[in-house]
Design a binder for this molecule. Structure first.
Ligand SMILES: *[C@@H]1O[C@H](CO)[C@@H](O)[C@H](O)[C@H]1NC(C)=O
Ligand SMILES: *[C@@H]1O[C@H](CO)[C@@H](O)[C@H](O)[C@H]1NC(C)=O
Ligand SMILES: *[C@@H]1O[C@H](CO)[C@@H](O)[C@H](O)[C@H]1NC(C)=O
Ligand SMILES: *[C@@H]1O[C@H](CO)[C@@H](O)[C@H](O)[C@H]1NC(C)=O
Ligand SMILES: CC(=O)N[C@H]1CO[C@H](CO)[C@@H](O)[C@@H]1O
Length: 948
C-alpha cells in the first residue's frame, strides 16, 4: 500500500500544479495588480499578508480578500471585500486601491496607516462601506469621495484628518452613517449635508469645526443622532429649527461654545438623550414636557437660571438629570421620582450640585435607586430638613458608569481546559457545558442611555436574534464606559450546548461577516457600534475561513475542470483508499464517554427514596411543614433512625434537569464546615427533587433578632454568632473548590443549632432556583440576573451585576448591623446602613444599639459597629475581606471580660447572661422549631425586568 501511494502523490502534485497555473488567471488582472501594489506600500510586521503572492487572490486564500462567487461579464472574478481590521498594518494606502472597481467593502480599521486617503477611492462607484477608522491617516478628506453615491457608511473617525468637510459630500446620496469624529477637521459644517436625505447618524464630535450649526439639518427626515461635541462654534446659538427634528433620538452639543437660550425640544417625539452641557447657555429651562423616551438630560455647566420645571417630574425613562454648576434657584423637587417605579436594575442620578437651590418640596426620602447630589447649594446649610446631610456630601458618588465583569461558575475547574480558551458557558441551560467562545471587542459609539443594566437584556436579545442564536449563547463578559460617552464591551459567543464545543469555520465566517459588514438592523437606543476586534484564539487561531465564493461554476472553470480531470480521478482514488483504511479502524475508536450518563458516588450524602421522605414527613403533612420559600415547602422530617432533618421539596416550577440537580448536589456535598448547615442527602425520584439538611432546632437568627424566639442574645452571644457566620462564609470563599459566593446572606439564612452555634444555610444554591421572568415563564438565561434580598444587596452588585466576595461581605455587614441594633434591614422605607451611618456620624451610635442585649463593654461595641459599617461601604475595595472580618471579630472577642469562655468552644456560653441553659433550648416547644425555615432556598429573589 505504501508503495502504491508514492506514485499517486506525485501524480496529484503535478496535476495540482497545472490547476494552479490555470487558476492564476481567474481574478481580473487589474485587481491582482492593484492588490500587489496595495501590499507593497503597506508595512506588515506580523506577516499577515505573507500569502498575498501565491496563486490567485480569489481562489487561493489571500488573507482578507473576498471575491464575488460568480464571474463578471468580462469573464473574470472580482474582489468584493477587503477586510484587514486589526492587523498591525502601517505604511500607506496605495492609490491603486481605486482599481478594485467592484469593491463593496474596504476595511482597514484599527491599523496604523499613515498618509492620506487616496482620492482614487472616489472612483469605486460600487463601494458601500469605507472603514478607515482608528488609523493615523492625515491630510484632508478628498472631494472625490463625494462621488460615492452607493456609500452607506463612511467611518474615518479616530484619525488625524484635517481640512474642511468637502461640500461634495452632498453627493453621498445613499449615506446612512457619516462618522468623522475625533480628527482635526476644521471649517464650517457645510449646510449641503442636509441634502443627504438618507442620513441617520452624523458624528462630527471632537474636531476643530467652527462657524454656525446649519439650521437645515432639521429637515433631514431620518436623522437619529446629531453629535457635535467638543467643537468651537464660538458664540452661536442653537438654531430654532432644531426643535422640529422629526426622528431625532440624540442631540449632543457638549462643549461647543454655544450661547443663547435653551430651545424648547418638547416636540421631538422620541428624543432620548440630550446633552447641552459645558456651553454658555443662559435663561430658564423650557417648561414643556420632553419625550417620554428621555433617559438623559445634561444641561450642566451653563449659565441657566430659574427653577426646575415641574414637567421633569413626569419623565418615566429618566436615568440621569445633570444640572450642576448653573445658577438655578427655587426648590429641589423631591417629587421627581415620586411617580417612578424602579426595578432593581434601574437607577436615577440627579445631580444638582453647585446651584442656588434653597429649599425642598416634598419629602426628601428617595428610594435606593435614586442618587441625589445637592452639594454646594444653600439648602445644604438648612438644619431643619430631615435627611438633607447625606445628599450634601460633595463627592462624585456613583454615576453608573462603572464597569462590570463576570460571575464565577460553580463547575469543576479541572474539567474545562481554560488555558486553551475553553470555558463554561455561563448561561448554559445545561450544567457546566465547556466550549470555546468567539471573543468580540465591541463598542457602542453613541448610545442613547446613561445606565446600561435596564437595557442589558434587550441588548442581548437584539444581538442574538439577529445572529440567529439562542440568548444563552451570548455572554457580555464585561463593559465599561469611556469618554464620549461610549460603552466598550467584550462579548463572547458560545456554540450551542450539547453539540460541538467549537464553531465550525463556516459558522465563524457567517458570524464574523455579520459583525464586519454592519448587517445589524439599526437600533435607536444602542446607536452605532464599533467593531474593535474579532480575534480568533485557541481552536480558532488556525482556522482557515472559507472564502465567500463557493460555487465556481462558469466558463473558465470548465477548462480548469477538464484539464484536471485526471487529477481529480487520482485524488478520489487516493481519498477512497484513505477512507477505506480509516473506517476499518473506526469502530474501535467509538467515544462512549461523550454521551456518558451521570452516575455519581457521593461521599457522605445519602440518596433517599421518595417513600422514605413521605414516611419521615407523615406524607408531607401540613403539620410537619416548617417553612415555605421560592423553591418550595420545607418540612421537618423524622428519619427511620430518629434523626431529625429539614426537607426542602422543590415545587413544580423549581424542578431542574436530573443532571444539573445531581451536579449541584455533588458540589454541595463537598462543603463541610462547622458553621455551615450540612447536606445530609437528597431525593431524586418519582419526578420529585428534595434536599435533606440537618435540622436546626433553634431556628433562624432573624427570629432571635426580632424577638420571635422569646429570648434575646446577649452581646457576647451576638459576637459569637457573627464570628461563626463569618467563618462559615470564609470557608466558602477560600476553602471551597471552586470558591462559592453565597449571594444571599441574610439573618434568615443564618440558623442556630442546639448549642446556638451559627450555621450558614442555602449556600451554593444559586443555580437551583430558576428565576421567573415577568410573564412567569422560565427564561433561558440567568447570567445577569441580580439575586439576593432587598436590604442585603451589595449596591455595587446591584448596579453592575459584578458579583464578588465583597458582595457577601456587604450582606454580612448588614446582618451585623441587625445584631447591633435589632432593626430590620429595611423598615418603613429606612435603610439600616444609612440609618446607622447617620447615627454614627452624628455621634449618636449608642442611642440605636439594641437595648435588649444587656450590658456590654462600649469599646467592643464601637469596634463591632466600625467593622459592620466598613463591611457595608459603598465601594467594594474599601470593604474588608472575609478573612479580615474574622480576625477583627476574634480580636474584639478577646477584649470581652468573658473572652476565654466565649472563645473556648466547650465552655458554657451562657455565663452571666439572662439566657436559659442549652438543655432548655434543646427541649423547646415546637413553637421555635416551627419557624425553623423561614429560610428558603432562594427567598426574595429579585428578577431582572425588561426595560421600561
Ligand atoms: C475623542 O477625542 C476626545 C477628545 O480629544 C478624547 O477624549 C476621546 O478619548 C477620543 N475618543 C476616542 C474613542 O479615542
Ligand atoms: C420611545 O418610546 C416608545 C414607546 O414607549 C417606544 O416604542 C420607542 O421604541 C421608543 N423609542 C426610542 C428611541 O427609545
Ligand atoms: C403622579 O401621578 C398622579 C396620578 O397619576 C398625578 O396626579 C401626579 O400629578 C403625579 N405626580 C407627579 C409629581 O407627576
Ligand atoms: C425651618 O423650616 C421652615 C419651613 O420649612 C423655615 O421657614 C424655617 O426658616 C426653617 N428654619 C431654619 C432655621 O432654617
Ligand atoms: C496561500 C495560502 O495561505 N494557502 C493556504 C490555503 O489554505 C490551505 C488549507 O486549506 C493552506 O494549507 C494553505 O497554506
Amino acid at each position: 500500500m505504501l508503495k502504491l501511494r508514492i506514485p499517486i502523490s506525485a501524480l496529484v502534485l503535478s496535476c495540482c500544479y497545472f490547476v494552479y497555473l490555470v487558476e492564476a488567471e481567474v481574478t481580473a488582472p487589474s485587481e491582482v495588480n492593484a492588490l500587489i501594489a496595495v501590499k507593497s506600500s503597506l508595512i506588515d510586521p506580523m506577516k499577515h499578508l505573507a500569502n498575498w503572492k501565491k496563486g490567485d487572490p480569489c481562489t487561493s486564500n489571500w488573507t482578507g480578500v473576498i471575491c464575488f462567487d460568480t464571474f463578471g461579464t468580462d469573464g473574470y472574478m472580482h474582489v468584493c471585500k477587503i477586510q484587514l481590521l486589526n492587523m498591525n498594518l502601517s505604511g500607506s494606502l496605495a492609490p491603486a486601491v481605486g482599481q478594485l472597481s467592484q469593491l463593496l467593502i474596504l476595511d482597514f480599521m484599527w491599523n496604523e496607516l499613515t498618509g492620506s486617503i487616496p482620492k482614487e477611492i472616489g472612483s469605486i462607484a460600487s463601494l458601500r462601506l469605507l472603514l478607515l477608522n482608528g488609523n493615523k491617516l492625515s491630510g484632508s478628506l478628498p472631494d472625490e469621495l463625494g462621488h460615492l453615491s452607493n456609500l452607506n457608511r463612511l467611518q474615518v473617525d479616530l484619525n488625524q484628518l484635517s481640512g474642511p468637510i468637502p461640500k461634495s459630500f452632498a453627493g453621498l446620496s445613499s449615506m446612512r452613517h457619516l462618522h468623522l469624529n475625533n480628527n482635526t477637521i476644521s471649517g464650517h459644517i457645510p449646510a449641503e449635508l442636509s441634502s443627504i436625505s438618507t442620513l441617520l447618524h452624523l458624528l462630527l464630535d471632537n474636531n476643530n469645526l467652527s462657524g454656525y450649526l446649519p439650521q437645515e439639518f432639521s429637515l433631514l427626515p431620518d436623522l437619529r443622532i446629531l453629535q457635535l461635541d467638543n467643537n468651537n462654534f464660538e458664540g452661536t446659538e442653537i438654531p430654532a429649527s432644531y426643535g422640529n427634528f422629526s426622528r431625532l433620538v440624540k442631540l449632543s452639543l457638549r462643549n461647543c461654545s454655544l450661547e443663547g437660550l435653551i430651545l424648547d425640544l418638547s416636540q421631538i417625539p422620541n428624543l432620548s438623550f440630550l446633552d447641552l452641557s459645558h456651553n454658555r447657555l443662559s435663561g430658564p429651562i423650557p417648561s414643556n414636557k420632553l419625550s417620554d423616551n428621555i433617559t438623559t438630560i445634561d444641561l450642566s455647566n451653563n449659565l441657566l437660571n430659574g427653577s426646575i420645571p415641574a414637567s421633569f417630574s413626569d419623565l418615566p425613562s429618566l436615568q440621569r438629570l445633570s444640572l450642576e454648576n448653573n445658577s438655578l434657584t427655587g426648590s429641589v423637587p423631591a417629587n421627581i421620582w415620586q411617580n417612578m417605579t424602579f426595578t432593581p436594575s434601574e437607577m436615577l442620578i440627579i445631580d444638582l450640585q453647585e446651584n442656588s437651590f434653597s429649599d425642598v418640596v416634598g419629602d426628601l426620602n428617595p428610594p435606593e435607586n435614586v442618587s441625589l447630589r445637592l452639594g454646594g447649594n444653600p439648602v445644604c446649610s438648612k438644619r431643619n430638613i430631615t435627611n438633607i446631610s447625606q445628599f450634601c456630601a460633595n463627592e462624585g458618588g456613583d454615576d453608573g458608569t462603572r464597569g462590570n465583569s463576570v460571575n464565577s461558575t460553580n463547575c469543576l475547574t479541572q474539567a474545562c481546559p481554560t488555558d486553551n480558551f475553553f470555558e463554561y458557558v455561563p448561561a448554559s441551560p445545561v450544567q457546566c457545558f465547556c466550549a470555546s467562545p468567539l471573543r468580540i471587542g465591541y463598542r457602542l459609539k453613541s448610545p442613547s442611555f446613561s445606565y446600561f443594566p435596564p437595557y442589558e437584556d434587550s441588548f442581548e436579545v437584539y444581538v442574538t436574534s439577529y445572529l440567529n442564536m439562542e440568548l444563552y449563547q451570548l455572554h457580555i463578559d464585561s463593559y465599561a464606559w469611556e469618554v464620549g460617552p461610549r460603552m466598550r464591551m467584550y462579548l463572547k459567543l458560545f456554540p450551542v450546548v450539547n453539540g460541538p464545543t467549537t464553531f465550525n469555520a463556516s459558522e465563524v465566517q457567517r458570524i464574523r461577516g455579520i459583525f464586519t459588514s454592519w448587517k445589524f438592523p439599526g437600533d435607536d437606543l444602542f446607536g452605532p457600534y464599533e467593531l474593535l476586534n474579532f480575534t480568533l484564539l485557541g481552536p480558532y487561531s488556525t482556522m482557515i475561513l472559507p472564502n465567500q465564493k463557493t460555487n465556481i461554476s462558469k466558463g473558465i472553470l470548465v477548462a480548469i475542470v477538464l484539464s484536471s480531470i485526471a487529477c481529480v480521478v487520482a485524488i478520489s482514488a487516493m481519498i477512497t483508499l484513505f477512507i477505506a483504511r480509516k473506517t476499518r479502524y473506526q469502530p474501535s475508536l467509538s467515544r462512549k464517554n461523550l454521551s456518558s450518563k451521570v452516575s455519581m458516588k457521593l461521599e457522605g450524602v445519602k440518596a433517599f427514596t421518595f417513600r422514605e421522605m413521605a414516611v419521615a414527613t407523615d406524607n408531607f403533612n401540613r403539620s410537619t411543614q416548617v417553612g415555605q420559600g421560592g423553591y418550595g415547602k420545607v418540612y421537618k422530617g423524622n428519619l427511620y433512625d430518629n434523626t431529625v432533618v429539614a426537607i426542602k421539596r422543590a415545587e413544580e416550577g423549581s424542578l431542574q434537569g436530573q443532571k444539573e440537580f445531581l451536579t449541584e448536589i455533588k458540589l454541595l456535598s463537598r462543603l463541610h464546615h462547622r458553621n455551615l448547615v450540612s447536606l445530609v442527602g437528597y431525593c431524586d425520584e418519582e419526578g420529585e427533587q428534595m434536599l435533606v439538611y440537618e435540622f436546626m432546632p433553634n431556628g433562624t437568627l432573624r427570629d432571635w433578632i426580632s424577638g420571635k424566639a422569646k429570648d434575646y442574645l446577649n452581646f457576647s452571644m451576638r459576637l459569637r454568632v457573627a464570628l461563626g457566620s463569618a467563618k462559615g462564609i470564609l470557608y466558602l470563599h477560600t476553602e471551597a473548590n471552586p470558591p462559592v459566593f453565597h449571594r444571599d446572606i441574610k439573618a434568615s439564612n443564618i440558623l442556630l443549632d442546639s448549642k446556638l452555634t451559627a450555621k450558614v444555610a442555602d449556600f451554593g444554591l444559586s443555580r437551583l432556583a430558576p428565576v421567573l421572568d415577568d410573564e412567569g415563564t422560565v427564561p433561558h438565561h440567568v447570567s445577569t440576573i441580580v439575586k439576593g434580598t432587598p436590604g442585603y444587596l451589595d449596591p455595587e452588585y446591584f448596579l453592575t451585576h459584578k458579583l464578588t466576595d465583597k458582595s457577601d461581605v456587604y450582606s454580612l455587614g448588614v446582618v451585623f448591623l441587625e445584631l447591633l441594633t435589632g432593626m430590620q434591614p429595611i423598615s418603613h422605607g429606612k435603610n439600616i446602613v444609612r440609618e446607622v451611618n447617620m447615627a454614627h456620624q452624628a455621634g449618636m451610635m449608642f442611642s440605636i444599639i439594641d437595648s435588649r442585649m444587656g450590658s456590654y463593654p462600649s469599646e467592643c461595641v464601637e469596634r463591632f459597629v466600625a467593622l459592620a459599617l466598613m463591611c457595608c461601604h459603598d465601594k467594594p475595595e474599601k470593604r474588608p475581606s472575609m478573612l479580615d472580618v474574622v480576625r477583627e471579630l476574634e480580636s474584639i472577642l478577646k477584649m470581652m471580660p468573658d473572652a476565654d469562655a466565649i472563645l473556648s468552644e466547650t465552655t458554657s456560653i451562657y455565663s452571666g447572661t439572662s439566657l436559659p441553659s442549652s438543655s432548655t433550648f434543646m427541649s423547646r416547644d415546637p413553637h421555635i422549631s416551627s419557624s425553623v425555615s423561614g429560610s428558603d432556598l432562594i427567598s426574595g429573589v429579585v428578577p431582572t425586568v425588561t426595560p421600561r
